[in-house]
Write a protein that binds this ligand. Structure first.
Ligand code: ZN
Length: 136
């Protein structure tokens, strides 16, 4: 079984071939006018992201991420700077995958119940929320 990414709201599959497909827009902008497509490397901890060459993604800027199918905002409930999608591993185990919505920030959290795995050099940045929840 191959791993999968799905939308937490409509359950659509977001992984096609070897790309996690999401839509996004810069914070403060309307996704219906300034939305963009992101093709992300699905390997956890790999932050390679493809977008159209006319699109400028500026490091340090915040983006809102949306499901490309149902358009729901993929906001994490753990921290306002994190995005959340559902992740199922090769063994069929379900996780919540939370990652930073700040461009260039490398912080990802793979969460099941109270167990958290962290990825990326910026992961300590958001560890406070886990301390607060008694998870770390
Ligand atoms: Zn959806």
């Amino acid at each position: 079984m191959k791993y999968n990414y799905t939308c937490p709201y409509c359950k659509a599959y977001l992984l096609i071939e070897n790309r996690l497909i999401l839509t996004a827009c810069k914070e403060g902008e309307d996704i219906n006018e300034h939305g963009l497509l992101l093709l992300m490397n699905p390997e956890i901890g790999n932050y390679e992201t493809l977008h159209h060459k006319e699109v400028k993604v500026v490091a340090g800027e915040k983006y809102h991420f949306h499901c490309p199918v149902c358009q729901h905002k993929l906001q994490s409930d753990l921290n306002e700077n994190l995005v959340m999608v559902n992740y199922t591993d090769e063994k069929g185990k379900h996780f919540e995958l939370h990652f930073s919505r700040v461009a260039g920030q490398k912080s990802t959290y793979k969460i099941m119940g109270r167990s958290v795995e962290t990825f990326g050099i910026d992961a300590p940045h958001y560890l406070d929320f886990m301390n607060l929840m008694g998870m770390a």
